[in-house]
Design a protein around this ligand. Structure first.
Ligand code: NAD
Length: 468
């Protein structure tokens, strides 16, 4: 397994302390990885600064054709990358293959976007041209839930807008990202895209470096706050994609079979470890029993085990800290009167397994409803008045996503307009689009990603006033 840093196009070993990458399906050590030293992080930033002088002048068409070659190489290595993702992250091989395929398609989509130059007619008669200029070196810091995909979401918009990038993947899941940066380096000049490895300390060194112009971060709200405060001295531009506690509201007229499938597919996507997974469900009292029974049937049919086993549909939680957090939230909800309505399952002896768990008889005030569980347990709250649900759920510190499940689309849109979240889905949840802005309100983030608007956040406006 490759455990090298990639700096200035070259693969080198880190020279600082090592950390272990654990297979969450059996708790074995996959590999020990040497971290980057402070000097190595500085070197990555220095070489990116040099590379930027040339990369910023690259033609758009050349960048697009480079992206297409990278996407093709990713597809050619799909099985190898998917296996790395399953080993380090835990998700099923089918889900890992989806992650690789969706990543390649995302890169291809970016080639269809054009960075605009706007011309403004000033009332005085002069012409003003507004360009979107690259910023310089972008530091990208990524989490462990969708390691390959989120690295793509960070790196390619930055490169497309002619910035150079230094990425630091999560210490829990660095392996698929090393492979990604290795592939990128087959097609770009030295220093354009580097990867450094290590824990949060390496992330702090990278994101706080004065020569970094922008930090793009996906992870917990607490780390996002630290990154924001360290950006103050050099006034860095920062995009933060943080935690969520997405609410789903099922109205009395929902199509229950379709809704049950959609809700299970979102709430337990990647074993619930998805930022925009549905994390608290509100169901109208008139359909509560029927829908919860359908959801329990789907949950009970899941097959737990190693993601490498093709029979398995439900892998482990990615790490022990998260496993303990999820177990704690379940125990607390039960202690407060919550009722587990899913069947008890034998889980494999080793590994961080928790069967998909549905809990009824809970409401606001219970930690499982109020906090982000980021794991395979869903609280289901019964309601009678939808206006009250909106009012209550808007009190959350988070505002990433929400959904309304109904056959009355107009009513669904009206309810959506009252929800304080960056995205609202009607009759689905979590299905992100490369074309639409995505970002969180309140403690769920700062700025947004995706679409042309998200791309332009990697640039600075430059207005050129032309007087004849
Ligand atoms: P985390 O904040 O613990 O770690 C994320 C990354 O930050 C890792 O690479 C880590 O090493 C690094 N890091 C830690 N401390 C740092 C510091 N002081 N300075 C710089 N970097 C530092 O988050 P996690 O546990 O890996 O991810 C789970 C969280 O991410 C959940 O809350 C989830 O909702 C959120 N998330 C959000 C989105 C989104 O798009 N909004 C997407 C995926 C995950």
């Amino acid at each position: 397994m490759n455990t090298n840093l990639i700096i200035n196009g070259e693969q080198i070993q880190g020279v600082a302390a090592t950390f272990a990458v654990i297979n969450p399906a059996d708790e074995s050590v996959l590999v020990e990885v040497p971290s980057a030293s402070v000097e190595q992080v500085n070197q990555a930033i220095e070489t990116a600064t040099v590379a930027f002088k040339t990369w910023k002048n690259t033609e758009d068409s050349e960048i697009n054709s480079t992206f297409l070659k990278i996407a093709a190489d990713i597809r050619a290595a799909k099985d190898e990358i998917a296996e790395l993702i399953t080993l380090e992250q835990g998700k099923t091989l089918a889900m890992a293959q989806f992650e690789v395929e969706a990543g390649a398609s995302w890169i291809e989509y970016l080639t269809s976007l054009e960075i605009p130059v706007d011309t403004i007619a000033d009332p005085s008669g002069k012409t003003i041209k507004v360009y979107n200029r690259p910023l310089g070196v972008v530091a990208s810091i990524t989490p462990w839930n969708w390691p390959f995909m989120i690295a793509i979401w960070h790196i390619f918009p930055a490169l497309k807008t002619k910035n150079c990038v230094v990425n630091k993947p999560s210490e829990f899941t660095p392996l698929s990202t090393i492979k990604l940066v290795e592939i990128i380096n087959r097609h770009v000049a030295q220093g354009v895209c580097s990867v450094v490895l290590g824990t949060g300390e390496v992330g702090a060194t990278l994101s706080g470096h004065p020569d970094v112009a922008k930090v793009t971060f996906t992870g917990s709200t607490r780390t996002g706050q630290r990154i924001l405060s360290s950006s103050v001295d050099s006034l860095k531009s920062v995009v933060l994609e943080l935690g969520g506690n997405d609410v789903g509201i099922v109205l009395e007229d929902a199509d229950l079979d379709r809704t049950a499938q959609g809700i299970f597919g979102s709430a337990f996507l990647n074993v619930g470890q998805t930022c925009a997974a549905l994390k608290r469900l509100y169901v109208h009292e008139s359909i509560y029993d029927e829908l919860t029974e359908k959801l329990a049937n789907i949950a009970n049919s899941q097959v737990l085990g190693s993601g490498l086993d093709p029979e398995v549909t439900f892998g482990p939680i990615q790490n022990k800290i998260q496993y303990n957090k999820v177990k704690g939230l379940i125990a607390d909800a039960v202690a407060q009167g919550g009722k587990i309505i899913t069947a008890e399952k034998n889980v494999p002896e080793k590994g961080y397994f928790v069967a998909p768990t549905l809990i009824t008889n809970v409401e606001q005030g219970v930690a499982l409803v109020d906090e982000e569980q980021f794991g395979p347990v869903l609280p289901i709250v019964k309601y009678s008045d939808v206006a009250q649900v909106i009012e209550q759920t808007n009190q959350s510190e988070f505002g990433l996503g929400g959904s309304v499940w109904t056959t009355d689309i107009a009513r669904g849109e009206k309810i959506a307009s009252q929800m304080e979240t960056g995205t609202v889905w009607i009759n689905s949840h979590s299905d992100l689009s490369p074309a639409a802005p995505f970002g969180g309100w309140k403690s769920s983030g700062l700025g947004f990603s995706f679409g042309l608007d998200g791309l332009l956040l990697f640039t600075h406006k430059q207005a050129i006033h032309i007087s004849q």
